[in-house]
Design a protein around this ligand. Structure first.
Ligand code: DQA
Length: 147
């Protein structure tokens, strides 16, 4: 069984209710289901972790760094200055994809810089919850499991 990590940072546990005009109406549970659907045919299992604390996200990366084949990461606002999360991602060997529901470049200036994205294999930005499905498909492709 191949496991992948679905990591969501601060304030993403209240998706659906949180500024739906920006982040959409899908809940995090909907997103976990969608990602699980995408990878089910390949026999992959999703380990979904959301936390408000950078420390817990780092712990999750440490715990799963050799047991998962890849990760989908929405760091939330930790993209802006989450240097410890950035270092944990640098020590996470498998490929991972950064996702942002909103188009961060169309928003406030402080969201235009990500300290984490440069370490990602790729990024999906501004496509809402569907972006997580695209990230899952990207991981399937990168790991040769998309056929
Ligand atoms: C976000 C964008 C971040 O700037 C913001 O702090 C979030 C959500 C997104 O998915 O669009 O929490 O990562």
């Amino acid at each position: 069984m191949t496991d992948i990590l679905l990591l969501n940072g601060p304030n993403l546990g209240i998706l659906g209710d949180r500024e739906p005009e920006i982040y959409g109406s899908d809940t995090l549970a909907d997103i976990v289901t969608a990602v699980s659907d995408e990878v089910a045919d390949a026999g992959w299992k999703v380990i979904a972790i959301q936390d408000e604390s950078e420390a817990e996200l780092i712990r999750a990366l440490h715990a799963h760094r050799y047991s998962t084949a890849g990760a989908i990461v929405n760091p939330g606002a930790l993209m802006i200055a989450g240097w410890s999360l950035r270092d944990a991602l640098a020590s996470y060997p498998p490929p991972w994809i950064e996702v942002h529901l909103s188009n961060v470049w169309a928003r406030e200036q402080f969201r235009h810089q990500s300290v984490t994205a440069a370490l990602a294999q790729g990024a999906v930005v501004g496509l809402g919850a569907f972006g997580y499905r695209l990230a899952a498909r990207s991981l399937l492709h990168l790991l040769g499991s998309d056929r």
